[in-house]
Design a protein around this ligand. Structure first.
Ligand code: ANZ
Length: 835
């Protein structure tokens, strides 16, 4: 039979049928139907979809289709994370307006997704660049302003002195700006921040309940939040009326403190520096500023510093210690100052070595523990205190407690919890983002600090002006659009200026999952009633590169939304699936900027969407990275064609008029194979293992081929054989449905079903068919096969060994020898080792 499988025709036909029947639409089932919200991280609509996208949507689509077949009301939406730097940078290069580029990109991106047969509820689609969307970013901003969750602060940014503009981190490499100018420095500017740190503890505790998130991800979040319990201690500066306040987690080591170090940007630097050292200290601080924080504090970066010439007094010991400034102390962590204990902290140790500062041991490893062997390293563990006045002989833990009590009682120290987590600075000096809805009224406040007036809710959205000149130079683009920037103050009506910064696009992605619930809503970001139905997201799928920022922001935002009464959940997603990264053929992460992008479209055209989807899923387990290689695409295609041909052949096999004698294949074997495959597919889908079910379906196809070999083709089929084959083909189609949905529907309808697979409940396997009654064991003597025994599955090891020893050849081989060992491999073999 040489019928051709016309993938483009078949796929377009089923896509039409699904759409006509509205099978992807959520919320149409009776309200007591269990719900399932399947969400893939929405894409930035670049010019074309690549295999990385194809894979993530294929994973989500399998789960969404499977969920529907399990009878759930499935919400599976799609939209576009359309604002942001790439479109703006491209505009600076080639002059195409970001809005125009985005519109065109969305059209082609959508068409590519549709050609893949993804089961999105297209009626809910939106782009974050729609004013109807970003207006709610502005609404959230105002709500958060009311709650003091938004504030203005000074922050350091990358600054290119040639372009006279602020740069994103990704626009700077080794101090050179993306347009090739060296000398990028740090600049302090006013910016807006969200007070995410207010939720540090809540975000930390919430992680314990995220039992269906990969542990790797929750561990990274825990680290990022970085809760630390310690103490603040004040060291009075000699001859001055102020102190240096340090933060330490090792108060027990304070007798070993031999100097203090403060951050170059610390406001006290200028006040305490000795006049003779002022110039050197200022030069050092200026140089540190140019280097930038990330590079300065990188692991392995040499420790560098200068002496301020000032001294402070250790409040416990009364000892004088010099005060230094160094590169490794961060201005914005703890108090920006550290008490250095070189004997017990590695960084302090290296610094002391470099500058000849004293090292004083105050902690000995606990009795019985190995003594520190390396003279080039600090002993950083807890232990027993020595040379530490009143706490000598105490353990580190006791010492911390007692010293803390004393410091608190005398008022020079106190317990303190710190977090690594920083507030989220979200203003960008960019065009293609959400305008921040405030104006600066010059008639109040001072020219440097004008009054901030929020735009009233009724005046939202503050529209991004269509006309803007994007040069990548000078002031932020919006500051150069007078029609936008010059407004009447909403409060007093006098001339005012709008904020020219726009929002970070992480704002958009922090709550888009809510907007899908009621995308047209004009009263609220989304309807609380819909949130009650659909939230949390049941399975959220995306790349591990979002482990911290996006996933943390979206957890934070959910808590805020709950406080605003929009939803009742405090965690946005129940299960998180992080898929492996698709690498290009060159082994590098697939991305447009690297030029190693493989588009699914040529594969869809040549082999069809089903093959392309199947390959993207079969190539590797969901969470594993893999390099694109199309050698297996043909194999996938052949497998699908084989499955389809089998179903076609079955359709034309003649029926036997009466039962002819002997059966041509073992019906129980076929049925067992089919039900075993169904069970494997079902169980693996539940665990989001998506490559192994495909392997199980391939195996089933092999079994089916054996049953429908050429001989059977000629021979009329007995009715009971037909029934068994029909059932196995149905299971094959069902199992394929989430993965290769078009071909599966084609097989299914060929088997005589009027209803689509999507509307057909997922079947249950018959456990009765899967219990094997007996097992065959190989029996070996010294590794050589001497016989085979068949035993009931219920037999114990002792019974099996006893049976094996009775085998004739075994008896002969073992005669006169001593049994040294019996190797028993469950379900397989018994090996007697004799000598
Ligand atoms: C003295 C000491 C002795 C320290 C010792 C450690 C070991 P975490 O756990 O991250 O909170 N530190 C404090 N503020 C800092 C800053 N702004 N920049 C760089 N380092 C800073 O770490 C707290 C420890 O990091 C503090 O405890 C302090 O060094 C240092 F044997 O104080 B420790």
């Amino acid at each position: 039979m040489d019928e051709r499988y016309d993938a483009p025709e078949v796929e377009a036909r089923w896509q039409r049928i699904w759409e006509e029947r509205g099978l992807f639409r959520a919320g149409l089932k009776p309200p007591d139907t269990p719900k399932e919200y399947v969400l893939e991280m929405f894409p930035y609509p670049s010019g074309a979809m690549h295999m990385g996208h194809a894979r993530v949507y294929a994973i989500g689509d399998v789960l969404a289709r499977y969920g529907r077949m399990r009878g759930r009301d499935v919400l599976h939406p799609m939209g576009y994370d359309a604002l942001g730097l790439p479109a703006e940078n491209a505009a600076i290069r080639d002059g195409v307006h970001p809005a125009e580029r985005t519109r065109a990109n969305i059209v082609s991106f959508r068409a590519e997704m549709k050609s893949m047969g993804f089961s999105f509820d297209w009626g809910r689609e939106f782009a974050t660049s729609d004013p109807a969307y970003y207006r709610w970013n502005q609404w959230f901003f105002l709500k958060m302003l009311e709650r003091d969750l938004v504030y203005r602060r000074q922050g350091w940014v990358n600054w290119c002195p040639v372009c006279r503009t602020v740069l994103a981190n990704e626009q700077v490499q080794d101090g050179v700006c993306w347009r090739g100018h060296p000398g990028v420095t740090q600049k302090l500017i006013w910016e807006w921040a969200f007070r995410i740190t207010r939720y540090a503890d809540a975000l930390l505790e919430g992680l314990d309940r995220l039992t269906e998130w990969p542990e790797r991800i929750t561990a990274m979040q825990r680290n990022w939040i970085g809760r630390s319990e310690g103490a603040e201690v004040d060291f009075p500066v000699e001859g001055r009326d102020f102190s240096v306040r340090v933060y330490t987690t090792r108060l027990d080591t304070i007798y070993g403190c031999t100097y203090l170090v403060i951050a170059p940007e610390h406001p006290l630097v200028a006040r305490l520096v000795a006049p003779a050292r002022a110039a050197e200290v200022a030069a050092f601080a200026a140089r540190m500023l140019r280097i930038g924080r990330t590079e300065r504090t990188a692991v392995g970066q040499a420790k560098e510093g200068v002496d301020t010439g000032a001294f402070a007094r250790n409040p416990f010991t009364g000892e004088r210690v010099p005060v230094w400034v160094a590169n490794f102390v961060l201005a914005d962590y703890g108090t920006g100052a550290v008490m250095s204990v070189p004997a017990h902290d590695q960084r302090d140790f290296e610094f002391a070595r470099a500058y000849g500062l004293p090292v004083k041991v105050v902690v000995q490893p606990p009795p019985g523990a190995a003594q520190p062997a390396d003279p080039d390293a600090a002993y950083t563990g807890d232990g027993v205190l020595v040379d530490s006045g009143e706490v000598s002989g105490a353990t580190s833990a006791e010492a911390r407690q007692r010293l803390m009590a004393k410091a608190t009682a005398e008022g020079f120290g106190r317990a303190r919890v710190n977090y690594q987590l920083r507030d989220w600075g979200f203003s960008r000096q960019r065009y293609w983002g959400t305008p921040i809805p405030v104006v600066y009224c010059a008639s109040e406040g001072t020219p440097e600090k004008p009054r901030i007036v929020p735009v009233p809710y009724e005046a939202l959205p503050v529209m991004l002006p269509a006309k803007a000149v994007l040069t990548g130079e000078g002031d932020p683009p919006l500051a150069k659009v007078p029609e936008f920037i010059e407004v009447a103050c909403p409060s007093c009506g006098k001339p005012a200026r709008r904020e020219a910064d726009t929002m970070d696009t992480f704002v958009d992605s922090s709550w888009y999952f809510g907007r899908f619930l009621s995308p047209g809503d004009e009263q609220l970001p989304f309807e609380p009633k819909e949130a009650a139905r659909w939230l949390p997201v049941d399975t959220y799928i995306g790349g591990p590169e979002h482990a911290v920022l996006h996933l943390l922001y979206f957890r934070f935002w959910t808590r805020v939304m709950r406080e605003l009464g929009l939803c009742t959940v405090d965690e946005p997603a129940r299960r998180l699936v992080t898929q492996g990264i698709v690498l290009g053929p060159d082994g590098e992460k697939m991305s447009k900027s690297r030029g190693n992008v493989v588009s699914p479209t040529p594969y869809v055209k040549r082999f069809g969407a089903d093959t392309t989807r199947l390959f993207a899923l079969f190539a590797a387990p969901v969470e594993r990275d893999f390099a694109w290689n199309d050698s297996q695409v043909e194999g996938m295609h052949r497998f699908l064609l084989r499955a389809w041909r089998l179903s076609r052949r079955f359709a034309v096999l003649p029926r036997a008029a009466a039962e002819p004698g002997e059966e041509k294949f073992a019906i129980p074997t076929l049925r067992r194979a089919a039900h075993a495959a169904l069970r494997k597919v079902t169980e693996d889908l539940e665990r989001v293992h998506l490559n192994t079910p495909i392997a199980a379906l391939m195996e089933l196809t092999n079994t089916l081929s054996l049953c429908m070999g050429p001989e059977e083709q000629e021979r009329p089929l007995r009715e009971d054989e037909r029934t068994a084959l029909h059932e196995a083909l149905e299971i094959l189609a069902t199992g394929l449905a989430p993965f290769a949905p078009h071909l599966a529907e084609e097989i299914w309808s060929g088997l005589g079903h009027a209803q689509t697979l999507l509307e057909t409940p997922w079947p249950a396997w018959d456990p009765g068919l899967l219990v094997a009654e007996s097992l065959v064991y190989a029996v070996q003597v010294n590794g050589k096969l001497r016989g085979e025994i068949e035993v009931p599955v219920t037999a114990t090891r002792e019974e099996i060994e006893a049976r094996a020893r009775q085998e004739e050849k075994v008896v002969a081989q073992m005669a006169g020898k001593t049994l040294r060992k019996t190797v028993f491999v469950e379900r397989r073999l018994v090996n007697f080792v004799v000598g």
